[in-house]
Design a protein around this ligand. Structure first.
Ligand SMILES: Cc1cc2nc3c(=O)[nH]c(=O)nc-3n(C[C@H](O)[C@H](O)[C@H](O)COP(=O)(O)O)c2cc1C
Length: 175
């Protein structure tokens, strides 16, 4: 049994949902999993954990600055443990952009941080236009129109492939 920490950053809750699903899946494989928002993770003692997983969503092309801070603060401890990072974005709904090697946000992110995650994953996120502010809805619909995605202002679509999340849970169990 390993002690595993999942630290996530989310704006609309989807990365939290993925993290909690991962928790259930990894616990079913016989591990003890703690899930925490990056908002509450400042100063957390990482030493008791055997493995650390960090997950973050993309908003206007970027992961949250809090994720960069957390990684910077904990780079040394992170590097000394089994670790993984996953990114959540809607570009990853496209088959040609849904792998760590092909997802532009993950590729860029890895160039910006000193930590080299040992395991990587990308999951397609969710669109829920009715939850967004007018400006966000306008912007995301525009981006979707340009990239041939859904533009119906009532669209609420989860692009996440939960089989990929399940597969990642097995990788985390074995890493
Ligand atoms: C305001 C806003 C901006 C977004 N910007 C991007 C983006 O630049 N690229 C992308 O692929 N997805 C983008 N997304 C999609 C999110 O990554 C997706 O909705 C994800 O599921 C959000 O996860 P969260 O709820 O954990 O924050 C954006 C979503 C919103 C609401």
């Amino acid at each position: 049994m390993a002690k595993i920490l999942i630290v996530y950053s989310t704006t609309d809750g989807h990365t939290r949902k993925i993290s909690r699903r991962l928790q259930g899946m990894i616990e079913n494989q016989g591990n003890q999993v703690t899930v925490i928002s990056v908002d509450d993770a400042s100063g957390i003692d990482l030493k008791p954990f055997d493995k650390i997983v960090i997950g973050a969503s993309i908003r206007y092309g970027k992961h949250s600055p809090k994720i960069y801070e957390f990684i910077k603060e904990n780079a040394q401890t992170l590097g000394s443990k089994s670790n993984a990072f996953f990114s959540v974005n809607v570009v990853a709904r496209k088959p040609e952009k849904n792998k760590p090697e092909t997802n532009p946000y993950l590729i860029k992110f890895l160039k910006q941080i000193s930590w080299k995650p040992k395991t990587l994953a990308v999951f397609a996120g969710k669109i829920d236009y009715q939850k967004y502010s007018h400006l966000d809805r306008f912007m995301i619909r525009l981006i979707m129109w340009m990239t041939k995605g859904p533009t119906d202002p009532k669209a609420n679509i989860e692009f996440t492939n939960w089989n990929d999340v399940e597969e990642f849970s097995r990788v985390v169990n074995e890493m």
